[in-house]
Design a protein around this ligand. Sequence first.
Ligand code: AMP
Length: 207
Amino acid sequence: MKLIFLGPPGAGKGTQAERVAETYGLAHISTGEMLRSEMRRETPLGLEAKAYMEAGELVPDELVIRMAGERLNAPDAKGFLLDGFPRTLAQAEALSGVTDVDAVINIDVPPERLAERLSGRRSCPGCGLTSHVSVLPSGKCPKCGGELVQRADDKHETVMERLEVYRKQTAPLVGYYADKNLLYTVNGDQDIDAVTRELTGVLRKFV
Ligand code: AMP
């Protein structure tokens, strides 16, 4: 299966992508995770991406397209799930020159729910678990006991900018993929397991 998960920041793409990739044995390709890893390792790409990411802006197309293209060429990426890529029409066009896709899943959440979801998001630097302050008010990771932290770009001002960037630059991809008859929409405004069930139902026809 070759899939794209589309949806605004805070829709739960990462959480669902992890589950679906595991279930179907797909390479989970998250450009946001790849860029954060480049930043931690202070590579030239990481250093270039840092200012954009911290401001909630998109990293320039040319850099992200090259990075995603290399990852898609890796031997383990025969079946893949793209999480957070493409995010612009230019990226979508570039992707179509590299590979076809079976389905684009739009995880739909009303805009007014997103700011609260993102600002309350916490993750564990130790094991990668992602959760929400309302679920884990203790600030401790239930899996490994680590101290949960907030992603730098989940701070309130940056969140508002990311949502605006989504609306202007990424939301047009919903229509772009609908026109190609590739779009499936899933209701992301329900509990995590219910979203996974709905997604699995959509994906059944591609297995
Ligand atoms: P994410 O983890 O998907 O929310 O991505 C975090 C940040 O990484 C975004 O706010 C962008 O700054 C950058 N980023 C991730 N994927 C892309 C992309 N496809 N195009 C441009 N910037 C990206």
